[in-house]
Design a binder for this molecule. Structure first.
Ligand SMILES: C[S@@+](CC[C@H](N)C(=O)[O-])C[C@H]1O[C@@H](n2cnc3c(N)ncnc32)[C@H](O)[C@@H]1O
Length: 211
């Protein structure tokens, strides 16, 4: 794991509280997260040779799925949570996969301009505050190469049934507007995935960095 961020900043961990991290994978499985990950990877249409970054990779399940499906891609996962990243690192090593894992924050990505072909974000966006959301999208755009694509999966606002209050508070109906106003092209909602057990409904949004 490469650790390029030395400052400590506040962030909301995977289950809202660090002590619940050990049950994240099981809770996610109950809620149907593996199906969401499959749909997100279908949307992203990764091909061999592409550089793929997951922003907010947590315990690594999505980036590991991407590595298994697309061993010819260059895969990186980033998250501020060192404990979650250590968990991801153990899984990567156990499976003998090539995935780089970096400590970092969505609004200060430690990568050069135009260095990624695909960016994935799964269930991370609702962890950010207003400024953090726009900061994250600005950084995502900077790091994409012209023609590169961001595929972002998260909860949108009301009308999607019950969901935990912490998630409802971060759910955002303005994701497509934010993408457009920050300069993404070809913005679209490419899929909707309903979670199980009252966790609400997620949408997948695509934004492209124009050439
Ligand atoms: C619900 S988990 C999702 C993990 C993984 N993407 C998945 O789909 O299973 C949300 C993740 O976002 C991370 N996160 C929170 N604030 C962040 C930030 N400012 N930048 C990047 N990641 C952040 C958390 O540490 C956590 O690992």
């Amino acid at each position: 794991m490469s650790d390029q961020v030395h400052e400590h900043r506040h962030f909301i961990p995977a289950m809202g509280q660090q002590r619940l991290l050990p049950v994240y994978d099981f809770t996610g499985w109950l809620a149907g997260v593996p199906r969401m990950h499959r749909t997100l990877l279908d949307s992203a249409a990764i091909t061999p040779g592409l550089a793929v970054l997951e922003i907010g990779c947590g315990t690594g399940n999505l980036i590991i799925r991407a590595a298994r499906q697309h061993p010819g891609a260059t895969l990186t996962g980033l998250d501020p949570d060192r404990i979650a990243l250590a968990n991801a690192g153990r899984k990567v090593a156990r499976r003998g996969l090539a995935v780089r894992l970096d400590v970092g924050y969505a609004d200060a990505l430690p990568y050069p301009d135009g260095s990624q072909d695909r960016e994935l974000s799964s269930l991370m966006f609702h962890h950010l505050d207003e400024a953090g959301k726009d900061g994250a999208l600005r950084e995502a755009l900077r790091v994409l190469r012209p023609g590169g694509e961001l595929h972002l999966l998260d909860f949108t606002g009301g009308g999607h049934g019950p969901m935990p209050e912490r998630i409802r508070a971060g759910a955002d109906d303005r994701i497509p507007d934010r993408l457009r106003s920050l300069g993404f092209a070809d913005v679209a909602r490419t899929a909707e995935v309903r979670a199980r057990w009252g966790f609400g409904t997620c949408s997948i949004f695509r934004g492209v960095r124009s050439a």
